[in-house]
Design a protein around this ligand. Structure first.
Ligand code: HEM
Length: 116
């Protein structure tokens, strides 16, 4: 989303962001950055403060993300109907082009021939 903005949303793994202090990150998250696309997320409640500190921790962790964590996050992203359809088609393709119905049937057969 930030790719098409000016100024563009920063890559928060880079030194520009990582060299900011925790307090600076917190302030930016709470207040946003004027004259840019960066909105403010604070609403003055303590609950909200806690969330912003969690985001500070999260930003600190970004440079050390493991491939597993990245995969996990990708799976949590909301998906459009087109993406869901594409995934379904991919699954069908990997199952040898069978529809869901046929796949279920062939699983039952496989139970007997031990081909799992
Ligand atoms: C949980 C969500 C977000 C967090 C925690 C967050 C955090 C931050 C932080 C810490 C910075 C400063 C980084 C730096 O200066 O290196 C920043 C900058 C920025 N953010 Fe976000 N941000 C979020 C969402 C967004 C969204 C949704 C947009 C746009 C729609 C956005 C647009 C920008 C832009 C354009 C800047 C750069 C401003 C500049 O270059 O001066 N951010 N953000």
């Amino acid at each position: 989303m930030g790719k098409h903005m000016y100024p563009p949303a920063p890559d928060m793994r880079k030194a520009d962001t990582q060299n900011l202090s925790d307090g600076e990150l917190f302030y930016i998250i709470q207040n946003g950055i004027r004259l840019t696309g960066m909105p403010s997320w604070g609403n003055g409640t303590t609950h909200d403060d806690q969330d912003s500190w969690k985001l500070v921790r999260f930003i600190r962790h970004l440079p050390k993300l493991t491939p597993q964590e990245e995969q996990e996050m990708q799976e949590l992203n909301p998906k459009s109907p087109e993406e869901l359809k594409e995934e379904q088609e991919e699954r069908e393709f990997l199952n040898g082009g069978q529809s869901d119905e046929r796949t279920k049937q062939s699983h039952e057969h496989n139970q007997h021939s031990h081909q799992h």
